[in-house]
Design a protein around this ligand. Structure first.
Ligand SMILES: [Zn+2]
Length: 97
């Protein structure tokens, strides 16, 4: 029992503590729906990163209005990305039986 507990401790990856969600399961090969959902997720992730980068760049300037707009866009992009991630996971679950 003791060794099992220790093994569990060792196997905890440090990135478990990060707020960033782990990417969903890999798409099943030859499943068009997996492929479609993954493309949406990848697109949303890309957009989220782009907006986040733009927000960071704008924060270096005095353009408060731009920063505010980008902040809202980043929030929206994060939401869409999370929804896309859930869609992938929900669909992927239908493959596991
Ligand atoms: Zn699928």
């Amino acid at each position: 029992m003791e060794s099992e507990l220790m093994a569990n401790d060792d196997s905890l990856p440090p990135n478990k503590l990060l707020p960033e969600p782990n990417p969903p399961e890999k798409p099943a090969p030859a499943c068009p729906e997996c492929e479609r959902l993954w493309k949406v997720y990848a697109l949303n992730t890309r957009k989220y990163l782009d907006v986040t980068l733009a927000e960071g760049a704008a924060a270096q300037t005095d353009d408060i209005a731009k920063v505010r707009i980008l902040e809202e866009e980043a929030l929206e992009a994060a939401k869409l990305r999370e929804l896309a991630r859930q869609a992938v996971r929900h669909h992927a679950a239908t493959h596991q039986k």
